[in-house]
Design a protein around this ligand. Structure first.
Ligand SMILES: [Zn+2]
Length: 406
């Protein structure tokens, strides 16, 4: 990253001290413990919950956030949007037109590196900061950065005993630079420049390296997404909505965080590499129905028994129902319905044993559900007529997509 000529930092907003549970979403099969749930609105506080904290003065003014006035519902809504931006963050570097740039499964749990002795008296600080940064990404996502000190004496880009080398160079305007997962080995050097060790850069070394390891994992700058105050070309696939709290922001481009991964950074990383804290959905196999406890993982499908329709949890987290029309030369696939959850890090779709159909992120945060909890024994049917229906054990339809009669 390159330092701007003029910097400004905004302060991170204090963490919200209230815990909000996704009302009635219930637990997914084999729920992992300890992850905070949030509402399905994609914000930590819904507008309705925010209104619950607002009071109105005798003169008609609304007072929010303790002492802030608003003169209309529209102003209140704007205030809420400012105070609680949507969760979300990462954008994947493209490898080509079809695939993201990610580490292969054979390497992602053993991404090895050496640290050059050229860091001199700063070397111990680099060792510690690399360890903290690697551990932050590996805390929730199925990746591991592994330091190999035995290669430090020969820690150059020509060393093929490690996946990458961490090296020192002199610069007055660049803090650090890195590379993307499928970059050829001779270019896989993470440089930390001399200026990064000066006090007052605005980036703690461990936070700076979290940002650089984000690039190493295949994530581009967050400010490629709409809403950011800086722009950068190059495309990329948004994995999650825009998030000013992402470590992949710059503080001088509206970023509010230089020291930790945001929730959506972690959700995006689990989306790309798999989760340590949330279980994959288990497909029921066969055709036509999901009993409680089954679901679809990213990319998986289940067809109606006449093979004319299929339900698919796309790798981008969207759940969609597709009609297949067979032609003499092949087949035409038409989307009939979708959950509208693309690019929100939807990790899997789970038909819960309580009757609720829920899409969770890789941290166990519910982003969408059918509100049909409290009906144990219900199942989800992918019908031959094109309708997607949740039936109670007595055969009552509880929810459907309204796409039947095909
Ligand atoms: Zn960067």
């Amino acid at each position: 990253m390159t330092l701007p000529t003029k910097k400004s930092r905004s302060l991170a907003r204090a963490a919200l001290a209230m815990s909000i549970v996704c009302g009635g979403c219930g637990a997914a099969p084999e729920e992992a413990a300890g992850e905070p749930a949030t509402t399905t609105a994609g914000r930590t506080v819904t507008f309705e919950e925010f209104l619950g904290t607002v009071h109105q003065e005798a003169d008609g003014r609304y007072i929010y956030d303790g002492d802030m006035p608003a003169y209309s519902m529209g102003e209140l809504r704007q205030a809420w949007e400012r105070m609680y931006p949507p969760n979300g963050a990462l954008t994947a570097f493209p490898y080509n037109a079809y695939t993201d740039d990610v580490w292969p499964a054979s390497t992602k749990l053993n991404i090895t590196y050496c640290i050059s002795n050229g860091f001199g008296t700063n070397k111990q600080a680099v060792i510690s900061a690399m360890s903290a940064a690697g551990s932050a990404w590996a805390a929730k996502a199925l990746v591991n950065f592994v330091y190999v000190p035995s290669q430090d004496a020969n820690c150059t880009s020509a060393n093929t005993n490690v996946e990458f080398d961490v090296n020192f160079a002199t610069s007055t305007d660049t803090l650090a630079s890195s590379f993307q997962p499928l970059t050829p080995r001779p270019q896989r050097t993470l440089y930390i420049y001399s200026v990064a060790f000066n006090p007052g850069t605005g980036w703690p070394l461990s936070g700076l390296l979290m940002h650089e390891l984000g690039h190493v994992l295949g994530f581009s700058h967050e400010f490629r997404q709409p809403g950011a105050s800086c722009t950068e070309g190059g495309g990329g696939r948004p994995i999650t909505p825009y998030d000013s709290g992402s470590i992949m922001m710059y503080p001088w481009c509206g970023g509010s965080n230089t020291s930790t991964l945001s929730q959506s950074d972690m959700e995006g990383a689990t989306q790309q590499y798999g989760s340590r804290v949330w279980t994959n959905a288990v497909s029921p196999g066969g055709c036509g129905a999901f009993p409680g406890g089954k679901g679809l993982d990213r990319g998986q499908t289940l067809s109606s028994c006449n093979q004319r329709f299929y339900l698919q949890h796309l790798p981008n987290g969207n759940l969609h129902l597709v009609k297949v029309d067979y032609t003499p030369t092949g087949s035409i696939h038409t989307e009939y319905w979708s959950s509208g959850t693309a690019n929100q890090a939807g990790y899997g779709m789970y038909m819960q044993t309580d009757g609720n159909l829920v899409i969770y992120t890789g941290l166990g945060r519910a982003i969408w559900n059918t509100n049909t909890w409290g009906n144990p024994g219900s199942y989800l049917a992918v019908q031959n007529d094109g309708n997607l229906v949740i039936y109670s054990p007595s055969g009552q339809p509880l929810w459907n997509t309204g796409t039947g009669g095909q």
